[in-house]
Design a protein around this ligand. Structure first.
Ligand SMILES: [Cu+2]
Length: 231
């Protein structure tokens, strides 16, 4: 087991199954080491202060306080490391995810729609063209309002709760919602994105390991939120 996998296990993060996931894991790992160092550092300092400034050694309070600038320097160093983490690592990684999409012709395109309380996936079928959808056609048996009179819709696949994609090929999801704000979250693929009614938001991932992985809703969206799961 690699070091990252070991740390994931320890933190309760499911194993990574996507191409970019190790980068996310590396940042999470670094943050935890950094927080661990801060925790131990402050704890040692706290214990030191308890003894160093004990009442028996300082019966009279000193109203001057600390005069050396060491604590200011220490705090500045912590702020600096956090700024480097955010600006140097987290923001560029995020920017890469949202700006550098794979070529559409090499990728699988899936329309994903959230609703209380499940996900529906719409795939274009062998013709590669999505059939027309119309809000007026939405019913219990036609959750996305697919227009069956449209020739492009004939071979379309609309499935609730279950998405099948090939391994080692990029998947582009175009995400939307029918009612409230949901969050399309694939923990094993290290991606999550809010699904906002009225917007179509693209996201992408590339699975590199075969298996059955959980799809969850990452946004508290109502009473049945807990059951808004798929695979
Ligand atoms: Cu939801």
């Amino acid at each position: 087991m690699s070091r990252l996998a070991l740390i994931n296990e320890f933190l309760g993060i499911p194993p990574n199954a996507s191409e970019h996931g190790y980068q996310i894991d590396a940042i999470i790992e670094f943050c935890h080491w950094f927080m661990g160092a801060l925790f131990i550092g402050w704890f040692v300092f706290f214990i030191y202060v308890l003894f160093r400034y004990h009442r028996s050694r300082h019966p009279v309070a000193d109203h001057e306080g600390v005069t050396s600038g060491i604590s200011t320097h220490l705090e500045f160093a912590v702020v600096l490391i956090e700024a480097v983490l955010l600006v140097g690592f987290a923001v560029p990684l995020w920017a890469k995810r949202v700006n550098q999409f794979p070529e559409t012709r090499d990728a699988i395109l899936v329309h994903t729609v959230g609703q209380q309380f499940n996900w529906t996936f719409h795939l274009p079928g062998p013709d590669g063209t999505f059939g027309r959808r119309d809000v007026d056609l939405v019913s219990n048996s036609n959750p996305l309002g697919l227009d069956n009179n449209d020739p492009a819709a004939k071979d379309d696949i609309v499935v609730p709760g279950e998405l099948h994609v090939p391994v080692n090929r990029s998947v582009i999801i175009e995400l939307s919602s029918k009612d409230v704000i949901h969050n399309f979250c694939l923990p094993h693929m290290r991606i999550a994105q809010d699904a906002i009614p009225g917007s179509i938001i693209p996201m992408w991932f590339k699975p590199v390991k075969t298996g059955t992985y959980e799809v969850i809703c990452g946004q508290l969206c109502g009473l049945g939120h807990y059951s808004m799961k798929g695979s």
